[in-house]
Ligand binder design. Structure first.
Ligand SMILES: N[C@@H](CCC[C@H](N)C(=O)O)C(=O)O
Length: 314
């Protein structure tokens, strides 16, 4: 049995997709379940490795094929159904670890939202395209409160489900996207029952050719806060933008880089699927200290205990 927990510590990889960063733990035999306290500690940008989430890769049957389950946990320890940047990063982590050949063509991946096959886009630098599955748009409008300096705006948002929940709001120009305060999540009314990732989009229009749309996006992620990118968010944004601009292909610029989205329509049916493409990069191969991990699992000492310890050592 192979375990990421070895004599020298926990073996993991730090990787990112357009700046959305993750600690990836390859655990083929499902030996190291993710503990929310350890995830929070690993994701801490000062006292841990620093990441938007932790992804654990476990061997799994994916619709009758040998593949991998993506166990994704947000930085605050909450579970997420799906992660568009994370699923590319996971595929790249498996290639990097030699568990999937670089010329495999497709990596079958199962997320909590269902199967999300990832394929390596031919042409050198690791760019992966993910079949993002079904996307649904709710009929009801969500009122979104966006702060831009002294200005507070209440704008109509669209609730889009990409396996995980999103609310997309068009704020207007590129400058309005850049100006918005995302230190806290924009207010949503009504509040979605399972929370939501909130995407602010702007500069929506024509892309590099007449068949491609363009938009800029920033995101406040459920369970994380503002991140540099969100793959499921990019798909939600393209779907929301396509309700007014009839493009099937979209270029989505996020603070961490560029993503491409393709929307699949069927005559008489409408939107039947979507594909997300973008890079994945390994930053470091890590061995996390055993002692640090053990302390991360312990509950934090109560306030008065800490005070007592401090007083007794004076
Ligand atoms: N960054 C991800 C989405 C991760 C999950 C999200 N925070 C949620 O709770 O739904 C992406 O690239 O899609």
């Amino acid at each position: 049995m192979t375990s990421p927990l070895r004599a020298d510590g926990l073996h993991a990889v730090k990787a990112h997709g357009t700046g959305n960063d993750f600690v990836v733990v390859v655990d083929p035999d499902d030996t190291w379940p993710l503990d929310p306290a350890v995830v929070r500690a690993l994701c801490d940008r000062r006292t841990g490795v620093g990441a938007d989430g932790v992804i654990r890769a476990v061997r799994a049957d994916v619709e009758g094929r040998d593949g991998w389950f993506m166990d994704h946990v947000n930085a605050d320890g909450s579970l997420a159904e799906m992660c568009g940047n994370g699923v590319r990063v996971l595929a790249h982590g498996l290639v990097d670890a030699g568990l999937v050949p670089a010329d495999a063509g497709e990596v079958p991946v199962l997320s909590r939202a269902g199967a999300r096959p990832v394929r390596l886009v031919a042409g050198g630098y690791p760019v992966y395209a993910v079949d993002m599955g079904p996307v649904t748009v709710a009929d009801d409008v969500v009122a979104v409160t966006v702060r831009q300096g002294e200005r507070v705006r209440r704008l109509p948002g669209l609730a889009v489900d990409v396996g995980n929940p999103h609310v997309v709001v068009d704020v207007g120009a590129a400058a309005d996207v850049l100006d918005a305060d995302l230190t806290v999540r924009p207010g949503l009314e009504p509040e979605p029952s399972h929370g939501a990732n909130v995407e602010l989009i702007g500069a929506v229009g024509r892309g590099e050719d007449p068949h491609t749309g363009y938009l800029r996006m920033r995101v406040h992620e459920r369970g994380v806060g503002e991140t540099l990118s969100c793959g499921t968010g990019a798909v939600a944004a393209a779907v929301a933008a396509a309700s007014r601009h009839a493009h099937r292909r979209w270029t989505v610029d996020v603070p961490g880089g560029r993503l491409r989205v393709r929307l699949r329509h069927r005559e008489g049916v409408g939107l039947v699927g979507s594909e997300l493409a973008g890079p994945a990069t390994v930053v470091a191969r890590l061995v996390v200290d055993h002692g640090w991990l053990a302390r991360a699992q312990e509950p934090a000492p109560a306030q008065d205990e800490t005070e007592r310890e401090t007083t007794s050592t004076r």
